[in-house]
Design a protein around this ligand. Structure first.
Ligand code: TRP
Ligand code: ZN
Length: 882
């Protein structure tokens, strides 16, 4: 595999974009699948691009690991003098302005462990072409601004591969000699090749129908591994909900006669929006009460929604180049977030999304891989499918939505679709449509697309009792990020409320300069700005950055009592939760400081009593209470300190959880007993389960045998995976004597359910216990483990590297060593996933000297490895350079 001392791949720059000299309008492909290889016969209708003044007479097509068997132009075999092939391209010379290129290539899907291009998963053929996988199937202009219609015929052995699928509508099928058969598919919508898909295999099929608002009938099909039909109902319901929602919310209907989803068990990411033929990781399709938790159900619904919504935001309107990825991803994440909010609880959905921002995204923004949501350069595009492009991208769309309002945003979206349907466009085009539709200037807002990093907003206030005025002064600052030493001020929609002593909301009447408004969203646009509120008779308590109205860090000198007050009284439910997180973070950081100073640790009563009140107040939404009880984890705290003292943070966390468990024991138990055992799948039942299980997790930290017994019984007798797994997890992360027995029983019961076994692997790999590395080594030899399967890699290795801070960062460096060894191996079989794994070292500079040295040593050793993939090289080299 290793290619010796190759040159590191050169970066590509956004500023270097040029339109293609040639276009490909139409593709006819015949794909013949065999056990030993696949043969791809492609006919490309190519012409020079009329938008390019003087197109070159030669054309460089992308192509990797393709064995060229024949090549012809306009029916004439091409002489060797007219083309040359190298490792990643095929260049044709002396071309006419318009021609038909025919090639036959052979590829080896059965050996494709990268899972990019055409590969085999569980005996089936499937594809993954985004971002640059199509070039591993046939020679092509593999760039998203080359849009073609496709006519695809798939041929394979009938008995082994009864289902032959591709994009678009079915256009015939039949038998061939030698036990083979074929199916033909026509996709009338011009698309970039990254949306191409092909599947061949033997599946169970769940079929249904959807009638669009305009009365068109759409066939819905979900293909899954044999025997999994009892796990498809939720996915199908989610498809129909998504289709209806996009019609109602955005006026967007589905456009083909058939919409298909195929679930495969080997997949690098979550799912892929290929036109009319989405390919999914089984994790985001399969679910029933016995095998999937409520969180898994939400994951299925949101990913099904996400891929479906791409049909308009991504497929009908696509990206001009990969720097524009957030055009489709940020927007589609925003749409799937809105969808999930509408299907369930908007506030709870917001809390979960904000947690991802404050942990994973803030961490990325503060490290060596920091990039704007529209990056300026990349070495390997796969590395830019990030929380920044996706989740911060969605936050940027959300801010636009906040600034324009629901109706203004819809007007902008309508104009965007009207202008750009069928085109490959840029983020600027998107913002321009919104600016034009609303007659506003969004120039400053566009800095969110160009500047990386997380701004900090420092707030101070002042009350003038004589004038009855309250002043809020906001200052913003954004630290330098790689390549961006200086930042200009962002336009920050800053949502607030003011509370009086009883917790009543004050009417807002504010002025800034000449502008006067009653809006609760302050348009904060300068480095420093003061907003003056009139008619305020006593000093109010501000409720700031409500609903996380911008992706920033907030600084305000709340006293602990004020946070406790907000936690109890804020009319904004999101900010009640937020106050709990801020208060608990402070307590944890103070405990960590005390630990470092060898002081005795004590539990602050203010936090304990605030949580006790939450446990007793059944008027508060249960799902919200569950999240308040969750307490900030290490990943959350890590973003609030300069240097992470991991030992101190871990000690603080253990102390706090144990003390809370003991001092709140009776209330936790009572709350757990009041809410446990909820049946049903509705929001109320989900909320009760979440709350009861959050209580259980804390109860376990009391280390009382009574709590262990409670969990043991729940792990055994629960009638759903949410409750069963919550109990298993609580015990697996404890010192309970039942730990191993419960884990073994769980494995015995679910040994044939791959996705459940992933949970079993992950819960052990993330256990904060001293033996975890030995456990993981043993689990690597378990029959259900497979080092070629990304889900298993995530379950065992990423759950440790990214989800087990105390053990990953062991002072002896054994955690680092363990992961680096696996990165080195994975580099050869699956670089894309290897790059994800190695990212656990990105924040090495945030740790103490000793750990810095240990992490850096692993990074440098990896950098010296020959045959390093572009994927891993980019991450490691940027980390080392930091
Ligand atoms: N476009 C996909 C999505 O957002 C992401 C994706 C799936 C992907 N598979 C991939 C990106 C492989 C890069 C490589 O849902
Ligand atoms: Zn997407």
């Amino acid at each position: 595999m290793a290619k010796g001392n190759q040159q590191p791949k050169q970066p590509k720059f956004r500023k270097d974009y040029r339109a293609s000299d040639y276009l490909i309008d139409q593709v006819t492909m015949t794909v013949d699948l065999y056990e030993s290889h696949a043969e791809i016969y492609s006919q490309l209708h190519i012409r020079t691009n009329p938008a390019v003044p003087a197109p070159a007479s030669s054309l460089c097509l992308d192509g990797e690991e393709l064995a060229l068997k024949s090549i012809a132009i306009d029916g004439q075999p091409l002489p060797a003098s007219r083309y040359e092939q190298d490792e990643d391209s095929l260049t044709l010379h002396d071309l006419p302005a318009q021609f038909l290129l025919e090639t036959v290539v052979h590829i080896a899907p059965q050996n494709n462990t990268r899972l990019e291009g055409l590969y085999k998963s569980g005996g089936k053929f499937c594809t993954q072409c985004e971002a640059e996988g199509f070039r591993r199937i046939t020679f092509f202009l593999d760039r998203p601004d080359v849009l073609a219609t496709y006519d695809v015929t798939v041929r394979a052995e009938q008995a082994k591969y009864p289902h032959l699928l591709s994009n678009g509508n079915p256009a015939g099928q039949g038998e061939l000699d030698g036990g083979r058969h074929f199916a033909r598919w026509l996709d009338p919508f011009p698309k970039p090749c990254y949306l191409f898909a092909l599947v061949a295999g033997d599946f169970d099929l769940l079929a249904d129908q959807f009638i669009t608002t305009s009365g068109r009938k759409v066939d819905l099909k979900i293909y899954v591994d044999k025997g999994k039909l009892d796990q498809c109902a939720h996915a199908m319901a989610s498809v129909k909900n998504s289709m209806r929602w996009d019609e109602q919310k955005y006026g967007r209907e589905y456009d083909l006669d058939i919409y298909q989803i195929v679930a495969v068990s080997d997949f690098n990411m979550g799912a892929m929006e290929n036109k009319g033929l989405n390919i999914f990781n089984t994790k985001y399709v399969l679910a029933n009460r016995e095998t999937a938790t409520d969180t898994d159900y939400e994951g299925v619904e949101s990913v099904i929604g996400h891929e479906y919504f791409h049909n308009w935001t991504g497929n009908r309107v696509t990206c001009r180049d990969w720097f524009q990825l957030s055009l489709k991803e940020g927007l589609t994440v925003f749409r799937d977030q809105q969808f999930s909010a509408d299907m369930g609880s908007p506030t709870v959905k917001r809390m979960d999304d904000v947690r991802v921002m404050r942990t994973a995204q803030f961490s990325e923004d503060g490290g060596p891989m920091a990039h704007p949501i529209r990056p300026d350069s990349y070495v390997e595009m796969n590395n830019f499918y990030t929380v920044t492009v996706y989740n911060k991208g969605a936050e940027v769309i959300r801010m636009l939505h906040t600034l324009l309002g629901e109706q203004g945003f819809r007007k902008g979206m309508d104009l965007y679709f009207q202008r750009h349907d069928g085109q490959a466009v840029t983020c600027d085009d998107f913002v321009q449509a919104h600016a034009d539709a609303n007659a506003v200037d969004l120039t400053q807002f566009q800095r969110w697309y160009s500047q990386a990093g997380t701004p900090t907003v420092a707030v101070s206030d002042d009350f003038d009792a004589e004038k009855n005025e309250y002043h809020l002064t906001l200052k913003q600052h954004c630290a330098p990020t790689p390549g961006q030493p200086q930042k200009e001020p962002f336009l920050i929609p800053f949502r607030i409320g003011l509370l009086d002593e009883q917790g009543n909301e004050l009417a807002l009447d504010w002025q800034q300069g000449t502008q006067r408004s009653q809006s609760a969203v302050l348009p904060f646009a300068a480095a420093e700005q003061t907003f003056v509120f009139r008619g305020v008779s006593s000093r109010p308590l501000p409720s700031l950055l409500r609903d996380f109205s911008a992706p920033v860090k907030l600084e305000f000198g709340y006293r602990d009592e004020q946070l406790a007050f907000l936690l109890q009284h804020d009319s904004n439910l999101f900010n009640r939760w937020d106050a709990s997180q801020t208060l608990a973070s402070r307590v944890l950081l103070q405990l960590a400081a005390d630990f470092r100073a060898s002081k005795a640790l004590t539990l602050p009563t203010i936090l304990a009593e605030a949580l006790r009140a939450v446990l007793r107040d059944d008027a508060v939404d249960n799902a919200v209470r569950a999240r308040i009880l969750q307490l900030p984890d290490i990943a959350y705290l890590q973003e609030q300190v300069e240097i992470v003292d991991i030992d101190a943070l871990v000690a603080a966390q253990r102390f706090l959880r144990r003390q809370l468990a003991q001092s709140l024991y009776a209330d936790l138990l009572a709350c757990q007993q009041r809410h446990r055992g909820a049946g049903g799948t509705d929001g109320a039942a989900i909320g009760k389960r979440a709350l009861a299980n959050a209580c259980l997790a804390l109860l376990i930290d009391s280390d009382r045998s009574e709590a262990y017994a409670l969990a043991e019984q729940q792990a055994r007798d629960a009638d759903n995976m949410t409750d069963r797994f919550a109990a298993v997890k609580a015990l697996a992360h404890s010192a309970a004597p039942q730990r191993l027995m419960v884990l073994n029983a769980f494995a015995e019961r679910f040994k044939d359910q791959a996705l459940v076994m992933d949970k079993w692997f992950a819960v052990q790999a993330s256990a904060p216990i001293a033996s975890v590395l030995d456990d993981i080594r043993r689990l690597e030899t378990h029959p259900a483990f497979d080092a070629r399967n990304p889900n298993k890699i995530r379950a065992l290795w990423l759950a440790f590297s990214h989800g087990n801070p105390s053990e990953f960062h062991r002072a002896d460096g054994s955690g680092y060593q363990f992961i680096a060894e696996r990165v080195a191996r994975l580099n050869d079989s699956n670089p894309q996933v290897a790059a994800r794994l190695v990212s656990c070292f990105n924040r090495w500079k945030k740790f103490d000297d000793q750990r810095q040295r240990l992490m850096l040593a692993q990074l440098k050793a990896l950098l010296g490895k020959s045959g390093l993939s572009a994927d891993v090289f980019e991450i490691v080299s940027k980390s080392v350079a930091a």
